[in-house]
Write a protein that binds this ligand. Structure first.
Ligand SMILES: Nc1ncnc2c1ncn2[C@@H]1O[C@H](COP(=O)(O)OP(=O)(O)OP(=O)(O)O)[C@@H](O)[C@H]1O
Length: 249
């Protein structure tokens, strides 16, 4: 798949006798949301960990932006623009939204000579940080401490940070977790726009969100992908209905 941003081929990972990832192949193309769904314990998080680099696969290949990344650590993959978000919160709650993003811009610039300079007065940090906040629709909330933002706004702030760090693809593990119906709806609208910034591999149990957002859906059961296709293809697949969605008949 020449134009895939992310390509996973024949990935395998066992924990003792348990095959948590069994020969999984999938890809992520520019501009798309590819949802990964499946019952509890299917191996979704284990797969995301292997792609992000926090867990080593037993075998298989991972290519990102056309380069093999399987041998790289999590920090190197993140530096290349593989952005994982929402499970390990990187926010400093007492700092404003702006300051949180400025710290990300500063770490991307990686210039240690800035160390003794006050972050808040530094125009070369403010401009790109405000631009990231604007991209996620949080510019008007720039001065609000992260702790005072709503749950959904904190998700947006995490994405602004990921964008400031140069993310070229997002690995989102259950972004809707802990959100009420209104929060879920507004985060769904946000993710719908975010795909234009970078494609998203989305692990999510909220089927309303998945069916509203996904260009493609892959269904993972006991570590294996049992179906992959459009929302309609997957929804009507008899094996998927049996194994996961529940057949009303
Ligand atoms: N470090 C580990 N050591 C041993 N077994 C593990 C480890 N991590 C995960 N597992 C097992 O691997 C399987 C897949 O777990 P995983 O958390 O990836 O599933 P999941 O699809 O993300 O589940 P959920 O939807 O509940 O988050 C489970 O049986 C789990 O108990």
């Amino acid at each position: 798949m020449a134009d895939a941003v992310l390509a996973v081929r024949n990935l395998c990972k066992s924990f003792g006798a348990l095959k948590a990832t069994e020969n999984v192949s999938l890809d992520l193309k520019p501009g798309e949301i590819h949802a990964l769904i499946g019952p509890n314990g299917a191996g979704k998080s284990t797969l995301i960990h292997q792609i992000a680099g926090t867990l080593a696969p037993d075998s298989g290949d991972i290519d990102f932006l056309g380069r093999p990344v399987g041998h790289l650590g999590v920090v190197e993959r993140a530096r290349m623009g593989l952005g994982r978000s929402f499970q390990v919160s990187s926010l400093a709650p007492e700092f404003s939204a702006l300051r949180n993003v400025m710290l990300a811009v500063q770490s991307r610039q990686g210039s240690s000579f800035r160390f003794f300079r006050p972050v808040m007065g530094d125009a070369s940090l403010i401009e790109p940080a405000m631009a990231s906040l604007e991209r996620v629709g949080l510019a008007t909330r720039a001065r609000v401490p992260a702790a005072e933002l709503s749950h959904g706004e904190r998700r947006q702030l995490e994405i602004a940070i990921a964008l400031a760090l140069g993310s070229q693809a997002f690995l989102l593990d259950e972004p809707m977790a802990g959100m009420g119906p209104e929060g879920s709806r507004s985060l769904t609208g946000f993710l719908d726009r975010l795909r234009e910034e970078a494609p998203i591999l989305l692990v999510e149990h909220d089927m309303d969100a998945v069916f509203a957002l996904a260009d493609r859906v892959s269904v993972l059961v006991y570590g294996r992908i049992i179906a992959s296709g459009t929302v309609d293809q997957v929804r009507t697949d008899p094996e998927v209905r049996r194994a996961y969605l529940g057949d009303p008949a």
